[in-house]
Design a protein around this ligand. Structure first.
Ligand SMILES: *Cc1c(COP(=O)(O)O)cnc(C)c1O
Length: 289
C-alpha cells in the first residue's frame, strides 16, 4: 500500500529492501486510503507475493482506510499467493496489560492467515538484534533454502539470547519482572518520580539539577504515537555547557547517555535500573569535577 512505504531506522527503506531482493514492487492504493479491491486489481500473472507492512514510526489519521489483515491474507490465498506481514516491532503478547498501547501480535498475524510474519527480535520482544520469520513450515523452508540465508543466519550467541528471551514469554504474567525492555516500559510515573528523587539527592549542588515532567519515546520508534509520561532529571551545571557535560558522560566508564534540550542535559530514569542510580550519580559528580 502507498500508505506503508516506510523508512525505518538508519535510513533503511522497506521498498528499497524489497527491490534489492530482486522483486518488482507494485504500489497500490493511496497514501491515506487503500482498499482490498486495489490489491485485487493489481494482481497479474507475474504477481508472487502480497505484503503488508506495519507503519512502525508514523501514523496516518483522518480520512483513512485499509483492509482487515485477514481479508488481505484471504485474497492472497484465493489467488494461490503467499501473504507476508512485516510487523516491525513484533509484540508476542498483548502489551496493553502493562498499560501500553495495543499492538498487533505475531500470533494474531498467523491467525489472520499470513504465511509469514516478520518481526524484530530486539524491539518490543526485548531480545537480541535479530530478524524473526514466523510462519508455516513450507514458507519457512523456502526462506531457509535461499542462498543468502548462509550469510544472514544468526550466530550461536544470538540464538542463545533469543531462546532465553522466548522462554521468559512462557510466563507472560511475569514479563514485567523478567524482560528488561518491558520492565522499563511498564514503570509507573510514581516509581519514576521516586527514582528521579533518589538520584537528585545524590548530586552535588553544582549540577544545577531539577526534576521535571517529561515524556519517554517508546521502542526506538516502534510505537509511533506512544509517549509515556515520566520524570526527567534536567542538568544545567554552572560553568559547563550541556554539550560538554554530555560528552564527558559519554566518555565515562560506563558511559551515561542523555539528550540535550534547550541547553540542558536531560536524563530519563526509565532506563536507569534501581541498582544503577548510585553509579549514575557518581558519574555525574565526576564529570562535573
Ligand atoms: C524495525 C523494522 C524492521 C527491521 O527490523 P530489525 O530486525 O530491527 O532490523 C522491518 N520492518 C519494520 C516495519 C520495522 O519497523
Amino acid at each position: 500500500s502507498r500508505g506503508e512505504l516506510i523508512e525505518i531506522g538508519g535510513g533503511f527503506r522497506i521498498p528499497e529492501v524489497i527491490v534489492q531482493g530482486g522483486a518488482q514492487l507494485i504500489e497500490v492504493g493511496t497514501t491515506n486510503r487503500t482498499r482490498l479491491a486495489d490489491y485485487e486489481a493489481a494482481i497479474h500473472p507475474g504477481t508472487r507475493i502480497l505484503v503488508r507492512v506495519h507503519r512502525s514510526n508514523f501514523a496516518i489519521r483522518g480520512f483513512t482506510a485499509a483492509p482487515e489483515p485477514g481479508s488481505l491474507a484471504a485474497l492472497a490465498r484465493r489467488h494461490g499467493l503467499p501473504a507476508v506481514l512485516d510487523l516491525g516491532s513484533g509484540a508476542l503478547v498483548d502489551l496493553s496489560r502493562f498499560g501500553l498501547p495495543r499492538e498487533p501480535t505475531i500470533g494474531e498475524g498467523i491467525a489472520a492467515g499470513f504465511d509469514l510474519v516478520i518481526a524484530s527480535g530486539d524491539k518490543l520482544l526485548g531480545g537480541p538484534q535479530a530478524g524473526l520469520l514466523v510462519g508455516g513450515a513450507e514458507a519457512i523452508a523456502r526462506c531457509a533454502r535461499h542462498p543468502l540465508m548462509r550469510a544472514l543466519r544468526p550466530d550461536k550467541e544470538t540464538l542463545a539470547a533469543l531462546e532465553a528471551t522466548l522462554r521468559l514469554y512462557r510466563e507472560p504474567g511475569r514479563l514485567r519482572e523478567t524482560v528488561p525492555a518491558i520492565r522499563m516500559l511498564a514503570l509507573t510515573e510514581e516509581e519514576l518520580a521516586r527514582r528521579a528523587e533518589v538520584l537528585i539527592a545524590l548530586l552535588p549542588d553544582g549540577a544545577g539539577a531539577a526534576i521535571e515532567r517529561g515524556h519517554s519515546l517508546v521502542g526506538g520508534g516502534s510505537l509511533p504515537e506512544a509517549t509515556l509520561p515520566t520524570r526527567i532529571l534536567a542538568l544545567c551545571p554552572t560553568g559547563l555547557s550541556a554539550e560538554a557535560l554530555a560528552e564527558r558522560l559519554r566518555r565515562a566508564q560506563p558511559p551515561l547517555i542523555g539528550r540535550i534540550e534547550r541547553g540542558r542535559l536531560l536524563l530519563d530514569p526509565r532506563t536507569l535500573a534501581e541498582d544503577e542510580i548510585a553509579e549514575a550519580a557518581r558519574l555525574i559528580a565526576e564529570a562535573l569535577r
